[in-house]
Design a protein around this ligand. Structure first.
Ligand code: AMP
Ligand code: ZN
Length: 117
C-alpha cells in the first residue's frame, strides 16, 4: 500500500526504532509511548484490520504473532512481570493507522478497564 505509514516503515522509507524483524513481521517502538515498553508489531503484508480478516489472511499474515510478542517482551525484560497486548480496530476501537498492529505495552502496572470514557 503506497499511502500507508506502516508499509513505508516496513519499506525503510520512514525511519523507526526496530526491535525485531523476521520474514513476516517487523516490530518497532511507538512514536508516542504510553509506558517504558511500547512496541508495535506489524505484519509485512498489508492487512487493514481485524475487521477485514479472513482465515487465509490470518494464516498467511499473522501466524506466530503472539510468539513475536513474547520475544519482544523477553528482549525488553518484561516477560515475567507481565505486559498488555492491544489491537485497536476501526473507528470505535481507536485505530488510527489502518495497517494491523499489535501494541506490546509494559514496564509498569497497567490500569483496567483501559478506556477513559
Ligand atoms: P492505533 O491508535 O492503535 O492505530 O495505534 C497507532 C500507533 O501508531 C499510535 O500509538 C502512534 O503513536 C503510532 N505511530 C504512528 N506513526 C508512527 C511512526 N511513524 N512510528 C512509530 N509509531 C507510530
Ligand atoms: Zn500498510
Amino acid at each position: 500500500m503506497t499511502d500507508c505509514v506502516f508499509c513505508k516503515i516496513i519499506a525503510g522509507e520512514i525511519p523507526s526504532t526496530k526491535v525485531y524483524e523476521d520474514d513476516c513481521f517487523l516490530a518497532f517502538r511507538d512514536l508516542s509511548p504510553v509506558a517504558s515498553t511500547h512496541v508495535l508489531i506489524v505484519p509485512k503484508e498489508h492487512i487493514e484490520s481485524v475487521a477485514v480478516l479472513t482465515p487465509e489472511k490470518e494464516a498467511e499474515g499473522l501466524r506466530g504473532i503472539f510468539c513475536v510478542a513474547k520475544a519482544v517482551a523477553e528482549a525488553d525484560g518484561i516477560r515475567e512481570d507481565g505486559f498488555r497486548l492491544v489491537v485497536n480496530t476501526g473507528q470505535h476501537g481507536g485505530q488510527t493507522v489502518p495497517h494491523f498492529h499489535l501494541h506490546v505495552i509494559g514496564g509498569k502496572e497497567l490500569g483496567w478497564p483501559p478506556f477513559a470514557n
